[in-house]
Design a protein around this ligand. Structure first.
Ligand code: TYD
Length: 206
């Protein structure tokens, strides 16, 4: 079986850039790597995701949101992640189950246990390792503004929400100390990549 690696953190933490660098690093080492993000370009999962993030859907119940994320995750897993792992690939995934535990379980107040239960039905595979990219929300927001990035329905939540997400990740990292590695993301990309590749090399037995 391949290796399933996930990346977590709030908006603007740099997950996408980090994944791009890592893909190149691992590919150069001869590994077969795929990078993906929920909903992973999977048609059914994309359709579900569009409903969740549509700024018109202000009436969406938080439980609906949690269930839709879980549904989108199942499809992405079935069509893309599991086949890749069966082909012995390294899968780098931008956000996974921990996003639901934090955003829906903690920030939306549904409770970690409830969201975990739904996701245990939805999710067959837990990541081998998860990197939480730790950057304070005010720094993330400055980065998003500087990049002029468009905001979706969840980005538009108030600062309190994003602070709760940040604290939520810290809580989840403590809950799963064996799986989740916290990485200080407020440094140069080279420093960040060095820490992450060290952990991945250990995991891959190098
Ligand atoms: P995404 O498009 O991955 O945004 P980003 O570039 O910020 O990572 O995610 C969109 C939003 O969806 C983001 O605010 C986080 C949220 N989200 C959840 O609330 N629950 C989830 O399970 C996932 C995967 C994402």
């Amino acid at each position: 079986m391949g290796c399933f690696i996930t990346f977590e953190g709030g908006e603007g933490t740099g997950k996408t850039t980090i994944i791009t660098y890592l893909n190149e690093y691992l590919t150069k080492k001869g590994y077969n790597v795929i990078s993906t993000r929920e909903p992973g370009g999977i048609e059914i999962a994309e359709q579900i995701r569009n409903i969740i993030l549509d700024v018109k859907n202000t009436k969406m119940d938080y439980r609906t949101e949690a269930l839709l994320y879980a549904a989108s995750r199942t499809q992405h897993l079935a069509e893309k992640i599991i086949p890749a792992l069966k082909e012995d690939k390294i899968v780098l995934c931008d956000r996974y189950l921990d996003s639901s535990l934090v955003y829906q379980g903690i920030a939306r107040g549904l409770g970690i246990e409830n969201v975990l239960k739904v996701n245990m039905f939805a999710t067959e595979y837990m990541p081998n390792i998860t990197f939480f990219i730790d950057v304070k929300p005010e720094i993330c927001f400055k980065r998003i503004k500087d990049n002029n990035r468009a905001m979706d329905r969840l980005d538009l939540e108030k600062m309190d929400f994003h602070n709760m997400v940040y604290e939520g990740y810290k809580q989840i990292a403590k809950m799963y100390p064996e799986r989740i590695v916290s990485i200080d993301g407020d440094r140069t990309i080279d420093e960040i990549i060095k820490d992450i590749t060290k952990k991945i090399d250990e995991l891959l037995g190098e």
